[in-house]
Design a protein around this ligand. Structure first.
Ligand code: T3D
Length: 261
């Protein structure tokens, strides 16, 4: 008997879509799913045909966090488990040299909320929601939620969301800056693909350096950011993409940033 893969992968027009595929559990994460998603992200990084990665969920949920049916009898401590599964996943995703879009199609809870927040771009369906659900089971927010959320909404709102585990709907998420765009449910997947294809047409090398600059700036000083920008700008300026952008501007045509290398 063959079982359904826990991650579905599909590449179209430079966009690699990775779909969490445990819909009857709202894509709650077991170890197989977490390790497979991390492996898929690494493979997408290495594949020159992939310019953008989309992470989304099958069915009505995005990800309901840790599969609570998968915990009892586990032969790892919580710390060991996080270091074995969630932390490599979030580090790989955030460190990817390509834009990652989290396409939040439904509820994102617990570590699923952290995953939803971890994208470079967060697109939500109208019926999606986010719950920092950890305190309902008397756990601490993990998988990066304590890093992402206060940077987005400030300490106090973050603490309230974590302490009360209140559900944030799409309208509120947009207002709070937890997502960039909200799309109707019935056209969500097409809108995500179209958005990701727009990103895929942008200059890949320059975006990779932009991610590096922003990620470093999130934890550094202005002086460090200025020095880092100056170093990265040299790398960008020496790349063919820059020449193409300037040439296209002067010729009054659209730049063509997708090229066999
Ligand atoms: O290393 C470590 O282990 C620590 C790491 C922790 C990371 C974490 O993520 S801790 C947080 C774990 N997640 C949760 O506590 C969320 C639990 N789920 C919920 O609170 C609710 O399901 C939701 C608010 C997410 C959605 O509610 P609703 O009413 O839309 O759906 P539902 O009916 O509750 O769920 C639908 C099905 O999915 C249901 O199964 P059934 O009855 O149809 O057979 C439900 O049991 C299942 N499900 C939902 N979440 C989980 C789950 N099964 C296992 N684990 C889940 N997390």
């Amino acid at each position: 008997m063959t079982s359904e893969p826990v991650i579905l992968g599909d590449t179209r027009a430079g966009v690699r879509t990775l779909t969490l595929n445990r819909p009857d559990r709202l894509n709650a994460a077991n170890d197989a799913l977490l390790l497979a998603l991390t492996e898929e992200l690494r493979a997408a990084e290495a594949d020159p045909a992939v310019r953008v990665v989309v992470v989304t969920g099958a069915g009505r949920g995005f990800c309901a966090g840790q599969d609570l049916g998968d915990v009892s009898g586990r032969d790892m401590t919580f710390t060991e488990h996080l270091n074995h599964t969630y932390n490599p996943l979030i580090r790989t995703l955030r460190g990817l040299g390509k834009p990652v879009v989290t396409a939040v199609n439904g509820v994102a809870a617990g570590a699923g909320a952290s995953l939803a927040l971890s994208g470079d771009i967060r697109l939500w369906a109208q019926s999606a929601s986010l719950i920092e659900v950890f305190s309902n089971i008397a756990l601490v927010p993990d998988s990066g939620s304590t890093w992402f959320l206060p940077r987005l909404v400030g300490y106090h709102r973050a603490f309230e969301l974590m302490a009360l585990a209140e559900r944030v709907n799409a309208e509120e998420a947009l207002r709070l800056g937890l997502c960039e765009r909200v799309y109707p449910d019935d056209t969500f997947r097409e809108e995500v693909q179209a958005y990701a294809e727009r990103l895929a047409a942008r200059p890949a090398h320059a975006l990779k350096l932009t991610k590096q600059a922003l990620n470093a700036a999130m934890t550094g000083t202005l002086d460090e950011a200025l020095d880092h920008e100056a170093r990265l700008q040299q790398l960008a300026g020496d790349h063919w993409e820059h020449e193409e952008g300037v040439t296209a501007f002067k010729a009054r045509r659209a730049p063509e940033f997708v090229r066999e290398e």
